[in-house]
Design a protein around this ligand. Structure first.
Ligand code: NAD
Length: 309
């Protein structure tokens, strides 16, 4: 254990924590003193199958290091399953302080071949899953707040991805991740008056998911390697541990990217240029001439800039 102080007394849930990034986050949170519910339904990268082993192994690892953890095997895209997950933290340790929404799957396919099932599966786990757990956690916190109890310092940490900036073959995944970023910004504003923060991270680490898209194998272990490995999920875990701590009370509605020794603040969808005809408005014909002024280049260059096709 490195430092017990940062998250001492806190109770955390990490979804999809049996493997990869979530596992690194659960181990890091526990190493900083949090008691952790390790949720994982134990599916393959494409969401098929299901086993309890991965969540149980992470729980064992946390306990072996002197920490406290419990396993949960609910599917977080199930409304009732997510409610049982939140309830388990409260029933086990009397409270919930930190919710890390991390669980995810991939069903990559180019848009003209993507099936309805591939679309639904990815949107369900990432986007609906993030909604279900957040809704039940915030519902619990809101009831406490209304009863006069402080819920200040509670944390929601969601998981976006660089794919939300556009990634061929991932229309379902990119759409889910962009929506999670927008969800994060909205929830952050909604829970602000209760002193709760909501942020998102765009992690980058070697996991079986990145291996599935050709990025090499995950590291053997998230916590025992002596040499600095930027692809180790534990670095994402350290960043999430900070965001989960009382020290991060001033940060909300932000999207960060976390990889190895580099942490970035990222911003998107801000206006960078404007054309205006005050009180009159534009006709489509007038826009033919005006658009290059707005877009900063001829329309054909913009398509070329996508770099695809
Ligand atoms: N690894 C990266 O570089 C990277 C980059 C960008 C975003 N992400 C995101 O980070 C998160 C974790 O990805 P990873 O790389 O660790 O992948 P991973 O496949 O190693 O781990 C994902 C875990 O989520 C679990 N899971 C899937 N569906 C679930 C469900 N319905 N309920 C509960 N658990 C479920 C899986 O069983 C698995 O253990 C995902 O949201 C992913 O999109 C990862």
């Amino acid at each position: 254990m490195q430092s017990m102080a940062l998250l001492e007394g806190k109770v955390a849930i990490v979804t999809g924590a049996g493997r990869g990034v979530g596992r690194g986050e659960a181990l890091a949170l526990a190493s900083h003193g949090a008691r952790v519910i390790v949720n994982d339904v134990g599916v393959a990268v494409d969401g098929s199958g299901g086993e309890q082993g991965p969540a149980e192994e992470v729980v064992e690892q946390i306990r072996a290091a002197g920490g406290e953890a419990a396993a949960n095997f609910e599917n977080i895209s199930s409304w009732d399953g997510a409610e049982r997950l939140i309830k388990q933290a409260i029933d086990t340790w009397g409270q919930l302080d930190i919710l890390v929404n991390n669980a995810g799957i991939l069903r990559d396919r180019i848009i003209w071949n993507m099936t309805e099932e591939e679309w639904d599966a990815v949107i369900n786990v990432h986007l609906k899953g993030t909604f279900c757990t957040t809704r039940h956690a915030v519902g619990h916190w809101r009831a406490k707040h209304k009863a006069g109890e402080s819920v200040s310092g509670r944390r929601i940490i969601n998981t976006a991805s660089a794919a939300m900036l556009g990634n061929p073959g991932q229309a379902n995944y990119a759409a889910a991740k962009g929506a999670i970023a927008a969800f994060t910004l909205t929830v952050a504003v909604e829970v602000q008056s209760m002193g709760i923060t909501c942020n998102a991270i765009r992690p980058s680490a070697a996991t079986r998911m990145t291996q599935a898209v050709g990025a090499g194998p995950p590291p053997e272990s998230s916590d025992t390697s002596e040499e600095f490995n930027p692809r180790d999920p534990v670095h994402v875990g350290e960043f999430v541990s900070y965001l989960a701590s009382d020290a991060a009370q001033w940060i909300s509605g932000q999207v960060f990217s976390a990889y190895g020794d580099k942490m970035h603040l990222t911003k998107g969808w801000h206006t960078v240029n404007t054309i205006e005809k005050p009180g009159v408005g534009w006709t489509a014909e007038e826009l033919v001439a005006a658009m290059p002024k707005l877009a900063g280049m001829a329309p054909v260059s913009m398509i070329e800039q996508l770099g695809f096709g």
